[in-house]
Design a binder for this molecule. Structure first.
Ligand SMILES: C[S@@+](CC[C@H](N)C(=O)[O-])C[C@H]1O[C@@H](n2cnc3c(N)ncnc32)[C@H](O)[C@@H]1O
Length: 363
């Protein structure tokens, strides 16, 4: 299947602009550390396997795995293997450089080795029953396919924020995206169920939507406003705008857990839910702005943050335009200017949703 994005902005840009994602990971790391203390380790697999799906350039992936490798090492002298996976088009170069600095494992453990695996997380990528603990952070909201060809009223299936309220997504289109997101999570869980050993743990964490706040609010509003400005000034037409949208869906916790929650859920035979939570994290650039009131660095950091994960789809959407290479940076310049001029229009909150699952034995 053709993937709908190529990855994040590469050459270290994602690594430099993903502190909020790391804060969202830090919230659930204690869940994983606790899981490491009770994982069954009495199997015959050649190594204790840890896998991260959607690792991007890897800084956050390595940071997340470091305490887990240490926790497992306290329990076992077996070899450990960390696996870092993302789309084949992802820029793996920074991660390749980071995994063995000075010829030694970044995990400071001679019996730990690491591997990079390219492929879609919606497919089985690893040998059956080879993994003890799998995770995915801030990634599963990226859909496996576009369930509609175009969205002509907004650039994201979840629609605009209640505060800004510029744009519209029809109820029918919204339902198609929700269904796609549900199918994606089922495919992801089925693939991981094959790879995990019985009793193995799976942590699924992603940006999402709470009762009132959503991680998409603010960031997609300002990107949408920048595009509308380009239309007003005649740089792009409405058709181009409608052909482009971000193939990302912001789930609620109920949507994330639906396929495993309750005895009648389709995958309830594969996994049990240990815990699940919706939470908000403090976003570093928002906190700094609150303290200093300095709007220019805030607008820059805010824009670089969402540029890192939106540019790939935006480039794809504008690829047929003869001036695509000039338009893309212009759109982000406009977005940064809009945030600096009207920070009150685009407040940003990072809502994480997460579930920790145990692979049941038998099924
Ligand atoms: C926002 S980044 C998250 C990176 C890292 N996990 C973190 O939390 O900082 C999302 C990642 O998901 C990856 N991704 C999107 N769709 C994917 C798929 N179908 N299979 C594997 N990775 C995918 C993207 O390439 C990107 O690197």
């Amino acid at each position: 299947m053709k993937n709908v994005i190529t990855g994040m902005v590469g050459h270290g840009f994602y690594n430099r602009n993903s502190a909020p994602q790391m804060a969202a990971i830090a919230h659930v790391l204690p869940w994983l550390e606790e899981a490491c203390s009770s994982l069954p380790l009495d199997d015959g697999a050649p190594a204790i396997g840890l896998a991260d799906f959607g690792c991007s350039e890897g800084r956050n992936s390595v940071a997340a795995m470091t305490p887990l490798v240490a926790a497992l090492r306290r329990r076992s002298s077996r070899a450990i293997q960390t696996i870092h996976s993302d789309l084949p088009t992802n820029d793996f170069a920074p991660l390749l450089a980071a995994l063995r600095p000075g010829g030694q494992s970044v995990f400071a453990d001679p019996l730990t080795s690491s591997a990079i695996v390219g492929g879609s997380m919606f497919d089985r990528l690893l040998p059956p029953q080879s993994i003890h603990l799998a995770c995915t952070f801030n990634a599963i909201g990226f859909l496996s396919r576009r369930p509609v060809e175009r969205l002509d009223g907004y650039i994201l299936p979840n629609g605009p924020s209640a505060l800004r309220n510029v744009g519209k997504v029809s109820r029918e289109d919204r339902a198609l995206f929700a269904r796609q997101a549900a199918q994606d999570i089922e495919r992801f869980l089925q693939a991981r169920a094959e790879e995990l050993l019985p009793g193995g743990k799976l942590l699924v964490e992603v940006f999402g939507a709470g009762e009132t706040l959503r991680t998409c609010d603010g960031i997609y509003d300002v990107l949408n406003d920048a595009l509308l400005e380009m239309i007003d000034e005649g740089h792009i037409d409405h058709e181009t705008y409608a052909d482009y949208f971000q193939p990302v869906y912001f789930r609620t916790l109920d949507e994330l857990t639906a396929s495993v929650r309750g005895p009648d859920a389709p995958l309830a035979g594969l996994f049990q839910i240990d815990r699940a939570e919706t939470y908000e994290i403090a976003v570093p650039f928002v906190e700094t702005f609150r303290e200093t009131g300095d709007v220019q660095p805030y607008a820059r950091d805010y824009t670089n943050f969402f540029r890192a994960f939106t540019e790939s789809a935006l480039r794809k959407g504008l690829a047929a335009h003869p001036q695509c290479d000039d338009l893309v940076p212009d759109i982000y310049r406009r977005a940064e200017r809009l945030v600096a001029e009207h920070p009150e229009r685009y407040p940003f909150h990072y809502i994480g949703i997460a579930m920790l699952l145990t692979r049941k034995s038998g099924a």
